[in-house]
Design a protein around this ligand. Structure first.
Ligand SMILES: NC(=O)C1=CN([C@@H]2O[C@H](COP(=O)(O)OP(=O)(O)OC[C@H]3O[C@@H](n4cnc5c(N)ncnc54)[C@H](OP(=O)(O)O)[C@@H]3O)[C@@H](O)[C@H]2O)C=CC1
Ligand SMILES: CC(=O)N[C@@H](CCC(=O)OP(=O)(O)O)C(=O)O
Length: 309
């Protein structure tokens, strides 16, 4: 069976990478609009309603409007934007945490944000198991390649090679905080400190833990063991047990769709750093959308994806 797929926003950063991951897959046939009609609402509406699966790779407002144009109860949606991640009626597209069956059966899937993917993958299983308390005021420090900000940020960084580091979100209230809190199961919104580095892609998301001060917190070894148990069957999530002295993001790393989780701990167990390393355009966006599409179409979960290797 061939599924008709329409990527709305197909020439944007996320859309293009989804297209690459679907290329050559006989299970899917892409509905495409010519360049001069890709923002034409009549053409989009026709495509949105003709498709079995729609993947929205649009700014939030345009994504909301696109959903409003779907006038049938058959077309299923994966939205890569932030618009529906904590909205009623939407399933959060992080199958490892939400459950594969829930994603597979959903009509409306909200693809997770890139930073929240790392944060939630690290914290949700540990909070759920009671190894870290929901009540602790967590912080999350993260860096992203500039493709995380789409075409506009790519243009800005490529036009200004003098930028060495860009901290942002300085007024707090980053759009990713609500999904981080909800799906990690926390009582409080985390303090989120994101930054952009002068590399096209790649992401490191870190949760520092002053374990000695956190009531009921487990040891670093117990945290690592719990994550390893939780993700034991996952093809995309690896829990690393070696302890490197440094973690490097390399500009030359090819696109990949997995996520590596690390738990670094002080020898005396008083402090730990939970760290997720991923590709913001892989498991952080396009790879995640294809993973959800595979599940929704009842196909092997990782078909078309580049596994961690
Ligand atoms: N980049 C990333 O790492 C991640 C992105 N996302 C999310 O995915 C979505 C897309 O992001 P990204 O690909 O980076 O952004 P880009 O800016 O690279 O691409 C967005 C695309 O949408 C098009 N577009 C805008 N408005 C409309 C409209 N009304 N109708 C049709 N097309 C429209 C743009 O057109 P034009 O080319 O003319 O500007 C552009 O091609 C965003 O919501 C983003 O937050 C999520 C996770 C990670
Ligand atoms: C580097 C950069 O600017 N990143 C984007 C988030 C990218 C992303 O995940 O987009 P969603 O919000 O749709 O999830 C930001 O912080 O706004």
């Amino acid at each position: 069976m061939t599924h008709q797929v329409f990527i709305d926003g197909a020439v944007g950063t996320t859309g293009l990478e989804i297209k690459e991951r679907l290329a050559g897959r006989a299970e899917f046939s892409l509905i495409t609009l010519p360049e001069d009609r890709r923002k034409d609402d009549a053409a989009r509406s026709e495509a949105l309603n003709a498709a079995d699966f729609v993947i929205l790779c649009l700014p939030d407002d345009a994504a909301r409007a696109a959903v409003g144009m779907i006038a049938n109860d058959r077309t299923r949606v994966i939205d890569a934007s932030t618009a529906h991640r904590v909205a009623p009626g939407w399933t959060y597209g992080l199958p490892e945490i939400i459950g594969r069956e829930a994603v597979a059966g959903a009509m409306r899937v909200a693809n997770p944000g890139c930073y929240p993917t790392g944060f939630i993958a690290l914290l949700a299983p540990l909070v759920r198991d009671g190894l870290l308390p929901a009540s602790w005021p967590y912080t999350v420090n993260a860096v992203s390649g500039y493709s995380g900000g789409g075409k506009a940020l790519i243009e800005r960084f490529e036009a200004d090679p003098d930028i060495a580091f860009r901290a942002y979100g300085l007024a707090m209230g980053h759009k990713h905080v609500p999904e981080m809190q909800r799906y990690a199961g926390l009582d409080h919104p985390p303090v989120f400190a994101p930054a952009v580095i002068p590399a096209h892609r790649g992401m490191v998301v870190e949760v520092p833990l002053p374990l000695a001060a956190i009531p009921g917190a487990a040891t670093p070894d117990a945290l690592r063991a719990a994550l390893a148990r939780y993700y034991a069957g996952s093809a995309l999530v690896r829990v690393r047990d070696e302890s490197p002295d440094e973690l490097l993001l390399r500009r030359s790393t090819p696109a990949w769709d997995g996520i590596d989780l690390h738990v670094f701990g002080a020898k005396d167990g008083t402090q730990a750093r939970l760290v997720a390393v991923l590709d913001n355009l892989g498991k952080g966006a396009s790879g995640a959308a294809v993973q959800c599409l595979n599940l929704m179409a009842d196909l092997p979960e990782t078909a078309g994806l580049t596994l961690p290797g």
